[in-house]
Design a protein around this ligand. Structure first.
Ligand code: 13P
Length: 252
């Protein structure tokens, strides 16, 4: 059976002390939750990983980095390797977010390298995919999503696939307040699961967690999470307030 996951992506927000406070609040709220129906993860800036890990250690909340380098080590000033991320205690890394693809020119090929390094270092990958408004409107969105997933992930073995979580994030819904309708999201999630089934078989596809991201909040999370192929969310803005984030965590 696949896991439900609600993961926060703090993006470039909070100082270290602010992040530690937020992580403490989430950690305590999750600890008090009697009937948790999902795994909870916070995705934090590199600078915060060690301090936030110290807060979360021994608790139920998982820790993710928001990126890692596509090189193992060496002369790449300012980069942070998958091994460095793993050494902080983080269990996950978010890769392929549309903001990284768009503003930092990350390609499917680079993401393939990042995925391999993340898995080599024992990290689970939350792999983001999703179309722009133009691609949604001209009907090419399924091709785009299919290329993003197959070009960066379909070289993996079935065993490696177990460490992959997919996040479908329509770019037009990120930070815009414009959520995909639950039917629009379900259609793409079912398409992604079918794609995975074609490559890895029905059982692995059924075991794959597929998250929705894009203006997800406590008010729309219940309807989204009720869909058969939506297994949780990757949450931006609403993950920056513990109460809002918990409103989504408890939406199942
Ligand atoms: P928002 O929830 O702020 O729309 O961001 C979604 C996102 O990009 C999560 O990775």
């Amino acid at each position: 059976m696949r896991k439900n996951i609600v993961a926060g992506n703090w993006k470039m927000n909070t100082t270290v002390p602010e992040g530690v406070e937020l992580a403490k609040a989430v950690n305590e709220a999750v600890a008090q939750e009697q009937s948790l129906k999902c795994d909870v993860v916070v995705g934090v800036p590199f600078t915060h990983l060690t301090a936030v890990n110290a807060v979360l250690e021994g608790g139920k909340v998982g820790l993710a980095a928001e990126n890692c380098a596509n090189h193992k080590s060496g002369a790449y000033t300012g980069e942070v390797s998958a091994a460095m991320v793993a050494s902080t205690g983080a269990q996950y890394v978010i890769l392929g977010h549309s903001e990284r693809r768009e503003y930092y020119n990350e390609t499917n090929e680079m993401l393939k390298e990042k995925v391999d390094l993340a898995l080599e270092n024992g990290l689970k990958v939350i792999f983001c995919c999703g179309e722009s408004l133009e691609q949604r409107e001209n009907g090419s969105f399924k091709e785009v999503i299919s290329a993003e997933i197959s070009e960066s992930l379909f070289h993996l073995t079935a065993e490696q696939w177990a460490s992959i979580v997919i996040a479908y994030e329509p770019i037009w819904a990120i930070g815009t307040g414009k959520t995909a309708t639950s039917d629009q999201a379900q259609e793409v999630h079912a398409f992604i699961r079918e794609l995975v089934a074609t490559k890895y078989g029905e059982q692995l596809a059924q075991d794959t967690t597929i998250l929705y991201g894009g203006s997800c909040k406590p008010s729309n999370a219940p309807e989204l999470f009720a869909k058969p192929d939506i297994d949780g969310g990757l949450i931006g803005g609403a993950s920056l307030k513990a109460a809002d984030f918990m409103g989504i965590v408890t939406a199942f």
